[in-house]
Design a protein around this ligand. Structure first.
Ligand code: COA
Length: 162
């Protein structure tokens, strides 16, 4: 298993990984049709390509040598450059609980030397992810109702970076 920067050639595999992981995680919360709607938009190769090209971002994958086990994506906040926002961190269901998420989180946390804080948002019913982030030193700092797409409450978690 190695962690490396994603490239254009990874995007189709990342798209499949995200769709599979989101269905496994969010179908019980939002329903299969709702997740398909989200995934069709936010996990399309076109959208991932825009993410990859965005300045001040880091797009990484966990590569087993024969395929991708996970991915993570973070970007520096436009208005507050001391904050880096973790937008995605997903590990294939079959590979979860084996340290892959921890490796991705460690790598992406270390990628933004000038940032003092990492911030992320997580669905409040996603207990596994919340436990994962809290084990990694994140603390809850707020919550909001999702404004679009789904009826959900979203928690904000933050961690001070060294
Ligand atoms: C959340 C996620 C990224 C964690 O990745 P992972 O590879 O499964 O996590 P790791 O094996 O590296 O776990 C590291 C630590 O986190 C904690 N942890 C991880 N998953 C947990 C769970 N389901 N319940 C409780 N604690 C958990 C544990 O303390 C674990 O350490 P341990 O194995 O020594 O006990 C992964 O489960 C995932 O992709 N989930 C679905 C997508 C998702 O929810 N992404 C986050 C959206 S904001």
């Amino acid at each position: 298993m190695f962690i490396r920067t994603a490239g254009e050639n990874d995007l189709a595999a990342v798209s499949r990984l995200l769709a599979a992981t989101w269905h496994a995680t969010y179908d019980p919360i939002y329903g299969e049709a709702g997740v398909s709607q989200l995934s069709d938009r936010w996990h399309s190769v076109d959208w991932l390509r825009q993410m990859l090209r965005r300045p001040k971002s880091e797009f990484i994958v966990a590569d087993t040598g024969s395929g991708l086990a996970g991915m993570a994506y973070a970007v520096i906040n436009d208005k507050r450059p001391e904050i880096v926002e973790l937008h995605e961190l997903d590990v294939l269901p079959a590979m979860q609980g084996r340290g892959v998420g921890g490796l991705l989180l460690e790598e992406i946390q270390g990628s933004f030397f000038d940032c003092r804080m990492m911030r992320l948002e997580v669905e409040e019913k996603n207990n596994g992810a919340i436990a994962f982030y809290e084990a990694g030193g994140f603390v809850r700092t707020g919550s909001r109702k999702a404004t679009q797409w789904v009826d959900a409450t979203i928690l904000t978690l933050e961690k001070q970076l060294a």
